[in-house]
Design a binder for this molecule. Structure first.
Ligand SMILES: NC(=O)c1ccc[n+]([C@@H]2O[C@H](COP(=O)([O-])OP(=O)(O)OC[C@H]3O[C@@H](n4cnc5c(N)ncnc54)[C@H](O)[C@@H]3O)[C@@H](O)[C@H]2O)c1
Length: 237
């Protein structure tokens, strides 16, 4: 079994690589950061490509070198929070291009490599932010809502290939660690119904499930893995 994980050089993506390898997949990793990619290659012996998923020609060229795929995990994503009145449109375009067009580029060019069967799958990373509507998140929340819509659309278009999305809540990664310094960790944990911030393994084990035959009748779904954040505000107990 062959999987491609984008943004797999750190954070949630790195943990997804580890989980899929332990499930028996051979994993290829695309990441824009050549330095952190070296660590993935050393630690897991994976095939790695320094690819920016927002550049279609680079995605096409790298995917053309792969033989076949059973699972595509569109994990690469960025966020640039900026209030609307002062935001920089060029910066917000990079969020759209990475998150939405990156997912589109990889899925389009991976398609010829995916066997037309329910054992093949595409798994897109969305975010609880698409539902919780925090002010100042800029294009990020909208980009994740778009990814959820594409997930449902592609599940119809690509069947029997299964297409699902996983939506993390608050997860500590290299990309988010600065949000949890000092007292912030305790304060943010209290906003989660399950009273803890997630770790990358909380997400990767659900990705593993969606890439396995155990989920062979699931397609077109968004599964939030967020400690209950998208269910509403925690009660006072
Ligand atoms: N950490 C969270 O709390 C959280 C919450 C909700 C959703 N998510 C989503 O989970 C995914 C991973 O988040 P994370 O916290 O692990 O992020 P991270 O910043 O720790 O890691 C992201 C990885 O993606 C790579 N990347 C960024 N832009 C790229 C591009 N254009 N092409 C290729 N690779 C690129 C980075 O180099 C990095 O290795 C993202 O899609 C993010 O939106 C994360």
């Amino acid at each position: 079994m062959q999987a491609l994980v984008t943004g797999g050089a750190q954070g949630i993506g790195y943990q997804i690589v580890e989980s899929l390898i332990s499930d028996g997949f051979s994993v290829t990793v695309f990441d824009v950061n050549p330095e952190t990619l070296k660590k993935v290659k050393t630690n897991f012996g994976c095939e790695v490509f320094a690819v920016d998923v927002s550049i279609e020609s680079d995605v096409k060229e790298a995917i053309s070198q792969l033989k076949s795929l059973d699972a595509l995990i569109n994990n690469a994503g960025i966020w640039k929070p900026e209030p609307l009145d002062t935001l920089d449109i060029e910066i917000q375009k990079t969020v759209w291009e990475t998150n939405v067009l990156g997912t589109l580029n990889c899925t389009k060019h991976a398609l010829p490599k995916l066997q037309k069967s329910d054992s093949s799958c595409v798994i897109n990373l969305t975010s609880a932010a698409s539902r919780t509507n925090s002010p100042g998140l800029g294009m990020y929340a909208a980009s994740k809502a778009a990814i959820e819509t594409l997930t449902r659309q592609w599940s119809l278009e690509l069947a029997p290939i299964r297409v699902n999305a996983v939506g993390p809540g608050m997860v500590i990664t290299e990309g988010t660690a600065s949000n949890y310094q000092g007292k912030a960790l305790g304060i943010r944990s209290q906003a989660v119904p399950l009273k803890r911030i997630g770790g990358p393994a909380d997400i990767s084990q659900v990705v593993s499930f969606l890439a396995s035959p155990k989920s062979s009748y699931i397609t077109g779904q968004v599964i939030f893995v967020d400690g209950g954040v998208t269910a509403g505000a925690p009660g006072h107990n």
